[in-house]
Design a protein. Structure first.
Length: 202
């Protein structure tokens, strides 16, 4: 029998960005703590967007942050080969201030959006990061056990992936990817971030 020829290739890869934003992230964290202390009872994700608009636009350096996100989202779409209309862009952001041990945010996606991201202003004292679920996980009938190849488990075998971003780092991903915030281990304003979505009127 002739030698079998095998061509290896991957389809439908998932593109992530990890970005280091040159912004005074601790000043932004201090502003968010103050506004949450003055205006909210629970220090977790603030999903009341009408309320968010009352203050998040006014924290220090937010305008530079917003511009960076919009520009990066446009670059992300270009890297993906997605045709979008930049002049019809929709941007929305909200804050996440976790101050109590045990708080978490379960698996979820961001529907009706294209690109999502989270900018980490503070993450210290054992604060959790973020976890992502492989996009096809829920469609698999059986979930093969990952195993190491050449000393490490390849991305194609992972069921999920944890990240522990540093303060000042931002992660970006396609909005359909399931993700969660694992349980916080300690009390205190240890995990402070701003999350956002971008969509385009097509």
């Amino acid at each position: 029998m002739a030698k079998i020829s095998v061509e290896r290739f991957h389809l439908f890869p998932t593109l992530f960005y990890k970005v280091k934003l040159p912004l005074p992230h601790e000043e932004m964290a201090e502003d968010l703590i103050k506004y949450h202390n003055d205006n909210t009872e629970e220090h977790q994700t603030a999903h009341n967007f009408d309320f968010q608009r009352e203050f998040i636009d006014h924290i220090r350096h937010f305008s530079n942050f917003k511009k960076a996100c919009i520009d990066l989202a446009a670059q992300y779409c270009k890297d993906q080969g997605w045709q979008v209309s930049k002049d019809k862009m929709i941007f929305g952001a909200w804050s996440n201030v976790h101050t109590k041990a045990g708080t978490q945010h379960g698996w979820h996606i961001h529907p009706r959006c294209i690109v999502s991201g989270t900018y980490y202003l503070r993450r210290e004292n054992g604060a959790s990061g973020i976890a992502f679920l492989r996009p096809d996980y829920q469609g698999l009938m059986h979930h093969p056990f990952p195993q190491k190849v050449n000393g490490s488990v390849p991305d194609t075998a992972m069921h999920d992936k944890d990240f522990e971003p540093e303060p000042g780092e931002m992660l970006m991903w396609p909005s359909h990817v399931n993700h969660k915030v694992p349980k916080q281990l300690n009390d205190g304003p240890n995990r402070i971030s701003i999350s956002w979505n971008v969509d385009y009127n097509r």
